[in-house]
Design a binder for this molecule. Structure first.
Ligand code: ZN
Length: 195
């Protein structure tokens, strides 16, 4: 089932999300719905707060980046990178900061360059509650850093220059009011109900 994606301005996107345990109700259905929602909106990652749930869970499928890169090794890594992250902890970030133009399903139509560190180490549970430790770099690290920010209540627009943010302010307010063209289901915090 495709779920509506919560738009910029909703307080759920600003909460530090809570850990869950194996008793969390209907978790496998929720994960399935999150993948369906992400694919329907052509995203490469989706965090639970973006569908209105302040829990530490996100899904990633980097396959769309697989044909993007000149480097075959990067292509292959992206093609195989479909993951569920439950209660993840990024415990190390290293390398130089590099810039990349990011977008977000909760902030449609806006793309801005964000600087992030090159590499990270993360520990997380997958959908079967198996515990993993993984080292990621480049675009895969970037996707995970973006989604991890969501469960910390951080959006990529927090990480751009104050000047850029000021320039975008009007468009961000418009998004929160639903004044934006988007071809997937969304829920807008400040939208006037129409009869
Ligand atoms: Zn996002």
């Amino acid at each position: 089932m495709e779920l509506p994606i919560v738009a910029y301005g909703d307080p759920v996107l600003r909460k530090k999300a809570e850990e869950i345990d194996e008793n969390y109700p209907n978790l496998s259905k929720l994960i399935e719905d999150m993948f369906e929602t992400m694919y329907a909106s052509n995203g490469v990652g989706l965090a639970a707060p973006q569908i209105g749930l302040p829990i530490r869970l996100f899904v990633v499928d980097a396959a769309p980046f697989a044909e993007d890169d000149d480097d075959d090794e990067v292509d292959e890594a992206c093609a195989d990178f479909k993951r569920v992250f439950i209660n993840p902890v990024i415990f190390e970030e290293t390398g130089d900061e590099w810039g990349f133009e990011e977008g977000c399903l909760s902030i449609p139509g806006i793309r801005e360059e964000v600087k992030r560190k090159e590499r990270l180490k993360i520990e997380y549970y997958d959908e079967n509650w198996d515990l993993y430790e993984e080292e990621l770099d480049g675009i895969l690290a970037r996707i995970v850093q973006h989604e991890y920010d969501h469960i910390e209540g951080i959006l990529f627009t927090d990480k751009i220059s104050p000047l850029r943010r000021t320039l975008l302010q009007g468009r961000l307010v418009d998004i929160s009011k639903g004044k934006v063209d988007v071809n997937y289901k969304m829920r807008f915090p400040k939208q006037q109900r129409k009869r």
